[in-house]
Ligand binder design. Structure first.
Ligand code: UDP
Ligand code: MN
Length: 293
C-alpha cells in the first residue's frame, strides 16, 4: 500500500523537506496558522544570532503552504508530521474543554487557538535522530542573543517556570529545553505517556518533568517569561535575557487582557516579526518600578 502523498512518509512518521545541514538544530512546533506566525518571529530572531545550527519547524497538516512560506524563506527545514497516535481516551482527557475544566488556568488566559493535545507533539523532537543535539523553543518565544552554548548542556535541561514567586523554581517550563534525539527514548516516552487514566495537567510540561525527575536547570534568563515584567520586575535585566517567552496571552493576539501592561514586549515581538526597527536590546528601558504598598 502506498502512503497518501500529503502525509508524512518515512518509517518514523516524519517527512523532512530536505537533508539536515548540521549536527545541531533548534526545533519548534506549529500545528496551526497562529503558531506559524509565532515561529516566523522566532526564526528571524534565531537567524540574527548567526547560529550555524539548523532551524527545524515540525509542522502538521493543520498549517497551510502560505503560512509555511515565510519560514522556508527564512531558511528553516520544514518537517511534516502528524500528532501523536494517542488513544481516544487519552485524547478525550486532554481535549481543550475537558482539560480547562479539570485543571483550570487561574494565572493567565490561554488563547482559543491553543490546543493542549497538540503540545504532546513536541516529543517528536526525540525522533530527529539526524541531529546529535537539539534545543527546543516554543513558537511563542524570541531569541535575543546567540544561545549555541545550550547545545552543550546535558539532557534534560530546562529553565524553571518562574513568573510569580520563589516557589516557581520547583517546576520546569518546557518552552525551552536541551535534548538528545534517540529512538529508544522516544519509544519509552510513548510507553509512559498514554497509560489508562493518566492525566498530564500541563501536558508535555508535566510529562517531561515526570520523565526527567533529575532535570538540569538552565539560567532563568534562558527562558524569561513575560509575566516577570509585571510580577517580578526586579528580576528583569534586558542585557541578561537570552530568550523571551510569551507564555499565556500571545503578542499577535489583536487585543488581550494584558495588552496595556505588556506593550513594550509586544512591540519588540512585532519588530522581530517584520524585521523592521529591531532595537538594541541591552539599552531598552526596564519595567516600571513596582509600586510599594
Ligand atoms: N503548539 C502548537 N499548537 C497548539 C498548541 C501549542 O503548535 O495548538 C506549540 C507551539 O510551539 C507553542 C507550544 O506548542 O508555542 C506550547 O504552547 P504555548 O506556547 O501556547 O503554551 P504556553 O507557553 O502559553 O504555556
Ligand atoms: Mn509558549
Amino acid at each position: 500500500m502506498t502512503a497518501p502523498a500529503a502525509a508524512a512518509s518515512s518509517a518514523t512518521g516524519l517527512a523532512p523537506d530536505g537533508p539536515a545541514g548540521s549536527e545541531r538544530a533548534y526545533v519548534t512546533l506549529v500545528t496551526n496558522a497562529d503558531y506559524a506566525l509565532g515561529a516566523t518571529a522566532l526564526a528571524r530572531s534565531l537567524q540574527r544570532t548567526q547560529t550555524t545550527a539548523d532551524l527545524v519547524v515540525l509542522h502538521t497538516g493543520g498549517v497551510g503552504q502560505a503560512e509555511l512560506a515565510p519560514l522556508k524563506e527564512l531558511g528553516c527545514r520544514l518537517v511534516r508530521t502528524d500528532l501523536l497516535a494517542t488513544s481516544d481516551a487519552f485524547n478525550a482527557r486532554h481535549a481543550r474543554g475537558k482539560l480547562h475544566a479539570d485543571a483550570p488556568f487561574t494565572k493567565g488566559r490561554k488563547p482559543a487557538f491553543h490546543s493542549p493535545l497538540d503540545n504532546f507533539c513536541k516529543l517528536r523532537l526525540w525522533q530527529l535522530t539526524d541531529y546529535a543535539a537539539c534545543v527546543f523553543i516554543d513558537a511563542d518565544a524570541i531569541v535575543l542573543k546567540n544561545i549555541d552554548r545550550l547545545f552543550d548542556y546535558p539532557e534534560f535541561s530546562a529553565a524553571p517556570n518562574v513568573y510569580e514567586s520563589l516557589s516557581d523554581f520547583h517546576r520546569l517550563n518546557s518552552g525551552v529545553f536541551t535534548a538528545r534525539p534517540d529512538a529508544s527514548t522516544f519509544a519509552a516516552m510513548l510507553e509512559r505517556l498514554d497509560q489508562p487514566n493518566v492525566f498530564w495537567r500541563r501536558t508535555d510540561q508535566t510529562f517531561l518533568q515526570d520523565f526527567f525527575p533529575d532535570w538540569h536547570g538552565l539560567p532563568v534568563f534562558d527562558n524569561m517569561l513575560q509575566y516577570v515584567w509585571f510580577n517580578l520586575p526586579e528580576l528583569w535585566d534586558w542585557a541578561s535575557i537570552s530568550i523571551l517567552h510569551f507564555q499565556y496571552e500571545k503578542p499577535w493576539e489583536k487585543d488581550h487582557p494584558r495588552t496595556a501592561q505588556l506593550r513594550p514586549l509586544i512591540d519588540l515581538w512585532q519588530a522581530f516579526l517584520t524585521g523592521e526597527a529591531i532595537p538594541d536590546i541591552a539599552t531598552l528601558p526596564g519595567p516600571p518600578a513596582r509600586r510599594e504598598t
